[in-house]
Write a protein that binds this ligand. Sequence first.
Ligand code: G3P
Ligand code: MG
Length: 245
Amino acid sequence: MGQTKVLAHRGYSSQAPENTMAAFRLAAEADADGLELDVHLTKDGEVVVIHDETVKRTTGKKGRIRDLTLEEIRRLDAGSWFSESFNGEPIPTLDEVLSLAADKGLWLNIELKNNKIRYPGLEQAVLERLDRYGMAGRTVLSSFNHYSLRTVHELRPDIDTAILYMADLVEPWHYARHVGASSIHPYWPTARDEVVRGCHKAGLPVRPFTVNRQEEMRRLLHVSVEAIITDYVTRLLDERNATGS
Ligand code: G3P
Ligand code: MG
C-alpha cells in the first residue's frame, strides 16, 4: 500500500467555511491529496455541495435543499457565518468541485448525503458528472445510506464505494462485501488496529474520519490506512512527513 492520503474534510474546514470553493482551494494550496465533500439534490435536480439537509446553519436562511432551486440556493451566503473575510461565498455545485479536482489532480471523496432524505436520482446525477469531468477513476463515493451504495455498485461496479459508519462493527469487511462496497470509512474510534488489518487482508482500503488529534493521526499512519479524513490538513501532512509513512 502506498503513502497514506490526506483528505480535507469538507475542504480545509478548520481554515475556511466548510464545503465552499474557498475551503477546497485552500486544501489544494496546502497540498492535500484530496477533498471530502457532501452532496444533496436541489428541487430542480442539480447536485450541490453542503453538509446539512437545510441551509439554516451555514447561511442563516430557512429551507430544505430539496425544496429550493439552484438559483435560490446560489443567492445565499455560506461564508460569513465562519468569518467576515468569507462574505458572499456561495454554496458550490458538484460541477465546480469536479472541475477544480480535475484541474489540480486531486482525489475526491463524494459523500452522498441521502441517509435522512432519499433524493431519488442522486446516484445517477453524480455518476454522470464524474464521467463528464473524467474523475471516475479518482473518486470514492461514500454514504451512511448503504442501500444507495448498493445502487451505485449495480449501476457502476467499477466505481469505488465506501460504507460510512459510526458503530464499533465486528469484522466490517464481511458486511462491506455484502453491500457491494469496495472500501470502508469508519468513525475513527472504531478503526481499531485489528479492523484495519482485517480489511487489508480482505483487500479493502480503510479511510477513517474525522481525525484531528495528533496521536490518532500517528496511530493510523502507523497501521498504513489508505487515507485519513481531517479538518487539519497541515497537521496531518506534518505528521506524515515526521513518521515517513
Ligand atoms: O465522510 C466522512 C464524514 O464527512 C462523515 O460525517 O457528518 O462530517 O459528513 P460528516
Ligand atoms: Mg461528510
